[in-house]
Design a protein around this ligand. Structure first.
Ligand code: ZN
Length: 263
């Protein structure tokens, strides 16, 4: 006999309980202060976001790294950004994700490269965030909080890393998350493929672009970078890349440019 239905039933009941708990006033103050996107959501979306944040904070393991002391403010802010992506998706709260590791600021990661003569050169690289397929997201709290000022080029490291989690849900980080319907894959591959190609060419010759050229690194980074622009600069993205915007609108089921122009 399988115990899966019973487990699922338990999980759903526990989540429903979490979702219906009163959202602490102090948490709401944090969301309002640190996540400006919240103000642009409809009342129903705000309610959904608060419910999702309760589940996310309860289910994920948050760890302070590099001397950072974990607080509710950090948990709630990061959870809110993660859950903004989920608002209109069929989702299971990032099922592969177990832990969110948070550093106070950019952190050094040891890296190895093949140097001249095939010698392995070791060094380190400063990062603002990472997403691991093995179940963790790592972010710099300073970068999450002060989203536009990011020396590595990312405008919203939290949205960026959780977009990677969506992409990685099907087991591969290839710039294609699980789309809401199979009929969407053709247009997605065609339009994102073409736009990625264009950004790569522009980056190669140093032509100015709206999108951060970091998106030309590979299709997975392209999807994560475009997600940042979709939520952070939706009007500009729609103007300059209407087809790309449309694919993102269909995927996320949200139309932030319309909300931004209405505001
Ligand atoms: Zn990335």
């Amino acid at each position: 006999m399988s115990n899966r239905p019973a487990m699922f039933g338990f999980k759903t009941r526990r989540r429903n309980r979490l979702r219906s708990q009163a959202f602490p006033e102090s948490w709401l103050a944090v969301v309002r202060r640190n996540v400006p996107h919240y103000a642009r959501l409809s009342p129903l979306e705000q309610q959904e976001l608060r419910a999702d944040v309760q589940v996310f904070v309860a289910e994920k393991n948050f760890e302070g790294c590099g001397g950072l002391e974990m607080t509710d403010e950090i948990k709630v802010t990061i959870a809110a950004y993660a859950c903004i992506l989920l608002l209109h998706l069929q989702h299971d709260y990032f099922p592969r994700l177990q832990s969110v590791l948070v550093y106070p600021d950019a952190y050094a990661v040891p890296v190895m490269r093949l140097g001249p003569g095939g010698h392995v050169v070791t060094g380190h690289e400063m990062r603002a965030g990472e997403s691991w397929r093995t179940g963790a997201v790592v972010v710099s709290w300073n970068h999450v909080l002060h989203r536009p000022v990011d020396p590595s080029g990312s405008r919203n490291v939290a949205l960026h890393e959780f977009a990677h989690q969506l992409d990685q849900e099907d087991g591969s980080a290839n710039g294609a998350p699980v789309l809401p319907s199979t009929s969407m894959y053709g247009a997605w591959a065609r339009i994102l493929g073409r736009e990625y190609q264009k950004l790569s060419e522009d980056a190669a010759v140093g032509r100015p672009t709206l999108l951060d050229k970091y998106g030309a690194t590979n299709p997975a980074e392209f999807f994560a970078v475009v997600t940042e622009y979709f939520f952070e600069q939706p009007v500009q993205l729609k103007e300059r890349h209407p087809e790309l915007y449309e694919e993102m609108r269909l995927y996320y089921g949200q139309d932030p440019a319309r909300k931004a122009s209405a505001a």
